[in-house]
Ligand binder design. Structure first.
Ligand SMILES: Cc1cc2nc3c(=O)[nH]c(=O)nc-3n(C[C@H](O)[C@H](O)[C@H](O)COP(=O)(O)OP(=O)(O)OC[C@H]3O[C@@H](n4cnc5c(N)ncnc54)[C@H](O)[C@@H]3O)c2cc1C
Length: 263
């Protein structure tokens, strides 16, 4: 297979490690839960022998009903590699099967099953110095919390520009943490509220388009690595725009959450 020029390749050891562990389910204990907004909850998990992860990886959760029926879904890891507890952030889709259970029912002390970390592609390699663009729609902000926390912990000198698209200020996730990250020298964070904006809102008030991304993302000449995460339609739109702006397709990395709702 020919790789596009400038493509970002995952560190080989991570890809191999993830693949070795891919089939191993392990027990996880819910240590804590935290509402992020009225329909979104973070779940903190304690996992004995967790092998560690890279920013951008995800895990699979498996639920088993009393009659033996099982359902599994993927969730981005929102905690940084060095954090004591694993954290995922789940947006409740009211007509969904798994997310309403995770958001409404799961309590500290509950046992869940997970496997991971998974994914060797949508990961940030902190040893590279290329500028990084992060574009999040809705709960697609989850893996970028891991990026930003890790960036801070390792003292990275990589500049990051983050664009977060969400419907309203009530639907915002990690508001305080993002505000704190935005005060750091190398981190630029822009937020666009697509449906409702408070009267005093100073951020953007629109859905993503070429004009908005053109103002915010690193120009193609800087050879950025772009990460786009969120609902499928959002990710496709953002990545198409980035390529149209001249960004190398092999350096536009995407993670699709599967739903059709936009941020
Ligand atoms: C790599 C990866 C990482 C992810 N990370 C996160 C994360 O950090 N946070 C997060 O909240 N989500 C994340 N997701 C999405 C997550 O895996 C689930 O898809 C999400 O929680 C919805 O699951 P659910 O069981 O509640 O909904 P489902 O029951 O799977 O339904 C999803 C949607 O599909 C529709 N649907 C279901 N069945 C049908 C059907 N037969 N025909 C038509 N429409 C149907 C439903 O109406 C619903 O809106 C991630 C997904 C991937 C692949």
């Amino acid at each position: 297979m020919t790789e596009p020029a400038g493509a970002v390749r995952p560190p080989t050891s991570i890809a191999a490690g993830a693949s070795r562990r891919r089939l191993g389910w392990q027990p996880a204990t819910v240590a804590d839960v935290r509402w992020e907004n009225p329909q979104c909850k973070s779940i903190f998990l304690s996992v004995a022998g967790w092998p560690g992860h890279r920013p951008g990886q995800h895990l699979d959760l498996r639920l088993t009903a009393e009659d033996g029926y099982q359902a599994q879904r993927s969730y981005s890891i929102a905690s940084a590699p060095g954090d004591e507890l694993l954290m995922i952030t789940v947006d409740c889709l009211p007509d969904g099967e798994v997310s309403p259970y995770l958001v409404d029912q799961v309590r500290p002390g509950d046992q869940l099953e997970l496997r991971g970390p998974i994914g060797g592609y949508f990961v940030w390699d902190e040893s590279r110095s290329d500028p990084v663009t992060l574009i999040a729609g809705g709960s697609g902000i989850a893996p970028f919390r891991s990026f930003l926390r890790h960036h801070e912990v390792v003292g990275s000198t990589t500049p990051i520009r983050l664009l977060y698209s969400t419907q309203s200020s009530a639907s915002m996730i990690f508001r305080d943490e993002l505000q704190a990250q935005a005060s750091r020298e190398l981190i630029d964070i822009d937020i666009t509220l697509t449906r409702e904006q408070p009267a005093d809102w100073t951020g953007y008030r629109r859905r993503i388009d070429a004009e908005l991304l053109g103002m915010i993302v690193w120009p193609a000449e800087e050879h950025p690595v772009d990460y786009v995460c969120g609902p499928t339609g959002f990710v496709e739109k953002a990545s198409d725009i980035l390529v149209a702006l001249g960004h190398e397709p092999g350096r536009v990395l995407t993670e699709r959450f599967g739903g059709t709702r936009e941020g």
